[in-house]
Ligand binder design. Sequence first.
Ligand SMILES: *Cc1c(COP(=O)(O)O)cnc(C)c1O
Length: 443
Amino acid sequence: MTVPQQRLVKTSIPGPRSVELHARKASAVASGVGTMLPVYVERAGGGIVVDVDGNQLIDFGSGIAVVSVGNAAPRVVAAVQQQVAEFTHTCFMITPYEGYIAVAEKLNELTPGDHEKRSALFNSGAEAVENAIKIARVHTGRQAVVAFDHAYHGRTNLTMALTAKNMPYKNGFGPFASEIYRVPMAYPYRWPTGPERCAEEAFGEFVELVHTQVGEQNTAAVIIEPIQGEGGFVVPAPGFLARVASWCAEHGIVFIADEIQTGFCRTGDWFACEYEDVVPDLVTAAKGIAGGLPLAAVTGRAEMMDSVHVGGLGGTYGGNPVACAAALAAIETMRADDLCGAARRIESVMLPRLAALANKYDVIGDVRGRGAMLAVELVVPGTKDPDPALTATLSAACHQQGLITLTAGTFGNVLRFLPPLVIDDTLLNEGLDILDAAFAASA
Ligand SMILES: *Cc1c(COP(=O)(O)O)cnc(C)c1O
């Protein structure tokens, strides 16, 4: 690896060159495009991001769960370099190429279930979600779509409607797409009667709301993240996903697992649904699929995927050849280097240390997640009142020490950790030391 796997903080964060670039950003880039940590990147690899001032930051974010194989991963770089020199675009809908088919074959093989499947490729997660809904509507001849509290499915018009959180994702951007209905999430930490009853009661409310307010016969699809991402890494109470999936099957409703953040080894399996033996009808994938190149997919039951008329699915860039080459190389890396095992190893290092932090600092109300998708939820001690201000303070303190951390959650009170799956244990532990020190100083 050409990027040294060491933290190094040489200047203030952000350093002078980053500050200069950030001033240029302010006069050139629309201010609605926010930046969480304005250190400008020069290089990145493994668990380190190098900025333009020569600082080397530990990466606990992976560009939001994207570079699971590491930044500029060697196989991805080689595959992209070769493809980009051969041809960069023909449009698969005009004159096709093998790479697209090979990615579809991999998706059909790796997603849960051994039924016959088909895949279609797109550019972004939101676009994949939109297309999953289009397919479900054509297949069922129904319109309504059910989504959950704390859900995040993207920023396009239909996916904003599916996303739960107003600020910053929806505020002022309406009107939103119609025929979207929202039901409670089985959120164990915040379930009013406690975590033990969460799965059963949340399922009961789900069934009743869909029955009374929507009608099963009008419902095309139920879409759910098997572990919620932007909503705060909410792991649904055990059994909830399976009950919802089998209820959907009973009523001819398409069960869509949005695995855009959880997929491709992130939670210790290829897809998070596997952990509970849930087999979705349709799966959306993106983020971790292609080592940082933009690619997204819908994979699902052949009879559902093939219900759409020829020409009904597609897009100019969908399944771009360079992105497909990157995906094949990223998938090969995950398989050859056992990155699902790496995610479980990361959990075995991080989870006990996060649990120890929770014992030490009573601002930590909940520790949760799976694999290399872990989080702590911060509250006012002795209550479950969210503490977003402390969350922001802690995250900023980590940034100052050269640790990239992200926040999440409907209430802005979740610190989430998404290290690249190739990070070494030394960096992982050093990052956790920084986190511990930040708690000691602020909590
Ligand atoms: C990020 C994300 C999306 C949207 O993906 P984009 O590529 O940003 O459009 C959708 N669903 C989930 C669960 C996500 O984490």
